[in-house]
Ligand binder design. Structure first.
Ligand code: SAH
Length: 352
């Protein structure tokens, strides 16, 4: 297996059969080897800097009905809320004062947030704080909407692909949502010049070594600038209420492999990883993550942005505590927007 890790690092990719072997064979020593390599790759590109993103959960209204998600349309028990644009701008003001220079606007697919309203919101944020990066995570839109958001100043877009196996995708989503559509959105976002984020849940119901191999090949082809990887965690009021949660261990292994595949990617130690393990963020960083997304959503609504049971959001107000946790493992919370690095892979340096 060490030879496969070598090959992945040297050539920037693997064949399907090789991914399958690597994904199916993992144990603690292999995971530790991958994590140590991933740490050193991250450090060679980004040093020991960790970037913070202020997460603003703008709405938990959603027209979709993803089987795993606590804010799915079919969950009648969800207490719905929507932040108004002025509330969102107040979150940005607070985040800016705390030193944050990226705001991530995430939400369900809420029809109240029309293209025009999102455009105005992005413009207002960019006008108020010209030195921040704006990241959107608002689901699937037609190309012209993504283009309008980009024109208004949006810099990045997070849209996890969830799984790159069409049959597995169909197990997690109703028929109206397809992997083909998700994938097309991601390629459109890249084409429009967004720093684009894909990603997946680890241990989602029906996930197999085969579907994970599809995921790795998809990331290898898409070459996203960001990848969000967190464990699946059941939500009590969804069809997957009784499914087991994904493990922190496997999440760390996949995080490390993605770092080896995409040396310059921005990889968050996710909220979900921090939920299944108290030291999830530290372990994520030690597996190659370099982004942390503390929460800026006002406390009342925040409690209702329940994607899964016991979602454990750390407030951006705890910035000093987060910096302290990173310092304790030898990392520094960096100032600035923390854009995707221009990076020439080592294996390419000799070929010109
Ligand atoms: N509507 C947006 C944002 C979705 S929420 C979109 O479609 O992109 C952000 C991410 O939370 C999802 O992409 C999914 O990967 C994750 N998520 C949702 N439910 C989850 C669960 N039960 N466990 C872990 N992660 C979950």
């Amino acid at each position: 297996m060490t030879a496969l890790l070598d090959k992945l690092q040297e050539t920037g990719g693997l064949e399907r059969a090789e991914w399958l072997r690597l994904l199916n064979a993992w144990d603690t020593p292999l995971r530790d080897d991958a994590m140590a390599r991933a740490r050193s790759v991250t450090q060679s590109v980004y040093g020991r800097d960790i970037y913070l993103r202020g997460l603003i959960e703008i709405s938990n209204h959603c027209k979709n009905n993803c089987y795993y998600c606590g804010i799915r349309a079919g969950n009648r028990k969800a207490v719905r809320y929507r932040l108004l644009p002025e509330d969102i701008l107040a979150c940005c003001a607070e985040g800016y004062a705390l030193g944050l220079r990226t705001f991530v606007l995430q939400g369900g697919e809420d029809p109240w947030f029309t293209q025009q309203r999102v455009v105005q919101l992005v413009r207002d944020i960019k006008a108020g704080w010209p030195d921040v990066a704006v990241t959107l995570s608002l689901g699937e839109w037609p190309r012209e909407s993504y283009a309008a958001f980009r024109e208004a100043g949006a810099d990045r877009y997070l849209l996890r692909h969830e799984t790159a196996s069409p049959t597995h995708y169909a197990r997690l989503h109703p028929p109206a949502l397809t992997f083909a559509q998700r994938s097309a959105c991601l390629y459109t976002l890249k084409d429009l010049g967004y720093q684009t984020g894909a990603g997946l849940m680890v241990g989602s119901p029906g996930q197999t070594g085969d579907s994970l191999a599809d995921d790795m090949l998809f990331l290898q082809a898409l070459q996203p600038q960001m990848v969000g990887i967190g464990p699946f965690i059941p939500h009590r009021d969804t069809p997957f209420a009784n499914a087991p949660a994904g493990s922190a261990e496997q999440t760390l292994y996949l995080l490390a492999l993605v770092r080896l595949l995409l040396p310059a990617a921005l990889l968050p130690a996710t909220t979900a990883l921090g939920t299944v393990a108290a030291d999830g963020w530290e372990r994520g960083v030690l597996a190659g993550a370099n982004v942390i997304m503390p929460n800026l959503t006002p406390e009342g609504p925040r409690a209702n942005y329940q994607l899964y049971n016991h979602k454990n959001a750390t407030s951006a107000r705890e910035r000093d505590a987060i910096a302290g946790r990173m310092a304790a493992i030898g990392y520094t919370v960096a100032a600035g927007r923390g854009d995707h690095a221009a990076y020439l892979p080592q294996h390419a340096t000799t070929t010109i």
